[in-house]
Design a binder for this molecule. Structure first.
Ligand SMILES: Cc1ncc(COP(=O)(O)O)c(C=O)c1O
Length: 411
C-alpha cells in the first residue's frame, strides 16, 4: 500500500501508462468484449451518466427512488421487446453470468419445491451454451448435463430430450441459446421449450447476446425464428444491455414468465442486529452507474436508433461473410443467424493466420475450431482493411506459434 497519496495528475498519467498494452477497441481492433457504436456522442453521454451515478447504491431502494424507477423502466423496455412478460417478473443484474446464475438458482429451487425428494437437481444444455451455465452449476450444487450440438451447430432437441428423460424428476432446466457465442447460431427454441414443457421442466433462453439485437434484426427484414416469450414453454430469458444494448458494462435484464418465479430469487434475512435484509440479486451493494447508464443507452437510442445500428451491423456482417468466403483457403464453420461466427482454414493452420492478424493489431478470439469474429457498428470503418490483412495473412503466414484457444482467464 502506498504511504503518501499520489497527485491526481500523476495518478492519471500512471493509469494511462498502464493502459498502453490494452486492446485498441476504439480503433475497431476488438471483435469481442466491447460493442463499439463509433458514436462519440453516445459514448460521452454514457460516461457522464456513469460519473453522475457511480457513488449511488441500489442496495437500499427505499433511499434511491430514482434507481428503482430507472431499473423498472429498463426492465419494462426489455419486456416489450421479447413477448411482453410482466415487467414485475424481471430485474436488472450485473451481467449475463449473474442473470444465468439466477435462472439456474430459480430452476433449482422450483424443482426442490415441486419434487422435494428428487435428489440433486440437473440442467440440460447444448455444448455450445455459455460457460456461465456450468459455472452456476458449480456454485449451486447443480449437475450440468452437456449434450453435443447437431451437425448444423444447433442444439440437438432429441438428444436433449433423452438426457432430460434419463434425469427424470431431477431435470430442473432446459437451456436454449439465442444465439450461442461460438457460432452465432440460434437454437430451436420452439422445440426445446415444448420438450421442456411436456416434461414440466423450466426452459431458459440465453439471449444475453441476441436480446437487444434480434428484435431489430427482424424489423430490418432479416429472418428470425421464434426465440422469446411468444414461444410457449419459455419460462425465463436473459438479455444483456451491456452487449448489443450499447450500455456500459454491468447491465443485463433477467425476465421470468411469472412473478412467482421471480420471487424464488428473493433472499430475505430477518435475524440480524442490523435489521431486515432483503435482496433480489447476488450482489449486496449495487452501483447506480450501470442502472442509470442502461436507462440512458435505451432512451438515447430508442427503437429507431437500435434499428439504424442493426442495419449497420447487418451490412458489415454481410461484408465480412462475403469477404472471408472469397479468400481462397478460408470457410465459415456454420452460416451464422446473427452478427458473429467462427471461420477456419481449409488446410493451412488457422492459428498461424491468427498470429499474423495479432501482429497487425487485430484481436480475434481463438476457438478450438477456428477464429471468432463478432461485429460492432464501428467495424464498418475498418472492414476493408481487415479483409485485406486477412487475405495477406492466409497467403504469407509462417509456422503456428501455438497460441491457445482462450476466452476468459486468470492472469
Ligand atoms: C450467449 C452468452 N451468454 C452469456 C454470456 C455471459 O455474459 P457476461 O460476460 O456478461 O457475464 C455471454 C457473454 O459473451 C454470451 O455470449
Amino acid at each position: 500500500m502506498i504511504e503518501h497519496g499520489m497527485a491526481a495528475d500523476d495518478l492519471r498519467a500512471r493509469l494511462q501508462e498502464l493502459r498502453a498494452g490494452d486492446i485498441d477497441w476504439r480503433g475497431g481492433h476488438a471483435f469481442s468484449l466491447v460493442y463499439n457504436t463509433g458514436d462519440h456522442e453516445h459514448e460521452e453521454l454514457l460516461e457522464s451518466v456513469v460519473a453522475a451515478f457511480c457513488h449511488e447504491n441500489a442496495l437500499n431502494p427505499f433511499v434511491y427512488p430514482s434507481l428503482v424507477q430507472l431499473e423498472h423502466e429498463v426492465v419494462e423496455a426489455a419486456a416489450s421487446l421479447v413477448g411482453n412478460p410482466p415487467p414485475a417478473a424481471g430485474c436488472l443484474t450485473s451481467g449475463g453470468t449473474e442473470s444465468i446464475f439466477l435462472a439456474v438458482q430459480v430452476a433449482r429451487d422450483e424443482l426442490f419445491a415441486r419434487h422435494p425428494d428428487s435428489g440433486r437437481p440437473a440442467i440440460v444444455t447444448a455444448d455450445t451454451a455459455h460457460p456461465a451455465f456450468p459455472k452456476a452449476c458449480k456454485y449451486l450444487g447443480v449437475e450440468h448435463v452437456r449434450v453435443p450440438h447437431r451437425q448444423d451447430g444447433r442444439a440437438d432437441v432429441d438428444a436433449m430430450a433423452a438426457a432430460a428423460d434419463a434425469l427424470g424428476d431431477r431435470a430442473a432446466l432446459v437451456v436454449a441459446s439465442s444465439p450461442c457465442y461460438p457460432y452465432g447460431i440460434i437454437d430451436p427454441v420452439t422445440e426445446l421449450a415444448a420438450m421442456a414443457a411436456e416434461r414440466d421442466v423450466l426452459c431458459h433462453v440465453d439471449a444475453c447476446l441476441g436480446g437487444w439485437l434480434l428484435p431489430f434484426w427482424s424489423r430490418i427484414g432479416e429472418p428470425v425464428p421464434p426465440w422469446h416469450f411468444e414461444v410457449e414453454g419459455v419460462t425465463s430469458l436473459s438479455m444483456d444491455v451491456h452487449k448489443y444494448g450499447y450500455a456500459t458494462k454491468g447491465a443485463s435484464v433477467l425476465l421470468h414468465r411469472t412473478t412467482d418465479l421471480r420471487m424464488r430469487q428473493l433472499f430475505v434475512y430477518d435475524d440480524w442486529p442490523g435489521g431486515l435484509y432483503g435482496s433480489l440479486t447476488t450482489a449486496g451493494t449495487r452501483s447506480g452507474a450501470p442502472i442509470a447508464a442502461a436507462w440512458a443507452a435505451i432512451h438515447h437510442l430508442g427503437i429507431d436508433g437500435y434499428v439504424r445500428l442493426a442495419e449497420v451491423v447487418r451490412d458489415v456482417t454481410h461484408r465480412f461473410v462475403a469477404g472471408i468466403g472469397a479468400i481462397d483457403g478460408l470457410h465459415l464453420t456454420f452460416p451464422p443467424d446473427l452478427s458473429l461466427f467462427e471461420f477456419a482454414a481449409d488446410s493451412a493452420s488457422i492459428g498461424a493466420v491468427g498470429d499474423v492478424m495479432d501482429d497487425r493489431g487485430w484481436h480475434l478470439d481463438r476457438q478450438p475450431g477456428g477464429l471468432h469474429l463478432m461485429v460492432s457498428p464501428f467495424h464498418a470503418e475498418v472492414a476493408d482493411r481487415f479483409l485485406a490483412d486477412l487475405a495477406d495473412a492466409v497467403a504469407t503466414h509462417g509456422e503456428d506459434r501455438g497460441k491457445a484457444a482462450t476466452y476468459g482467464g486468470v492472469a
